[in-house]
Write a protein that binds this ligand. Structure first.
Ligand SMILES: [Zn+2]
Ligand SMILES: [Zn+2]
Length: 201
């Protein structure tokens, strides 16, 4: 009986501290760890949320891939017909402001708190900042700031131009851009034409 009580006592005193420590570990890893400018390298793009509390920078010019996702979760979570994402390795990204203002949501468990993969928001203005996976960040190019110089808008559009559409079978509207379209995940589902008809293989 005494043994059971002491186990209970241990679980109350030790586990919350350990759990708390684990929960904070994300702050010390990319893209959240604080880095001086010279440690990070030259900045190619800067992004920020609507209220400006959360700001990040990217040192890679071109994303590994960019996609439009028409899945139901993206429609609901972004309040938009589809989501525009660009994939960057976590180490090419660094928050320059506001990591204390971030909020995390897991769409798998439908719970708040940091747990990969998760969705990252500004807790003040609720702008979706990115989806964080194990090694990659899916950023949303709408947040990327461009200077008023002529050509900058086109540069952003060209660099973040999508490779394909995914979950096109769930689309709200047809997108007649001639880009590859997949009924579900790219490479793992059927290819569709701009009108959502199955393509001859
Ligand atoms: Zn904000
Ligand atoms: Zn989606």
């Amino acid at each position: 009986m005494a043994g059971v009580l002491s186990e209970d006592h241990l679980s109350m005193s030790d586990i919350p501290a350990a759990a708390q420590e684990k929960e904070e570990l994300w702050k010390y890893r990319a893209p959240y760890q604080v880095q001086k400018d010279h440690e990070f390298g030259s900045v190619k793009w800067r992004g920020k949320c609507h209220c400006g509390r959360v700001q990040y920078q990217l040192k890679r010019e071109n994303p590994l891939a960019a996609k439009f996702c028409h899945c139901r979760a993206c429609q609901v979570l972004h309040g938009a017909p589809f989501q525009w994402c660009a994939i960057f390795p976590k180490t090419d990204m660094c928050f320059s402001r506001g990591i204390e203002s971030l909020k995390f949501y897991s769409s798998h468990s439908m719970t708040l708190g940091y747990q990969l993969p998760c969705k990252v928001y500004c807790s003040y203005c609720n702008t979706p900042i990115m989806d964080e996976g194990r090694n990659m960040c899916l950023i949303f190019p709408e947040l990327i700031e461009i200077s008023p110089e002529e050509g900058e808008h086109k540069r952003r559009r060209d660099v973040f131009d999508v490779d394909c559409h995914i979950f096109y079978s769930r689309r709200i509207l047809d997108v007649l851009d001639g880009k590859p379209k997949w009924s579900g995940l790219d490479g793992k589902s059927n290819q569709l034409d701009d009108h959502g008809r199955a393509m001859e293989s």
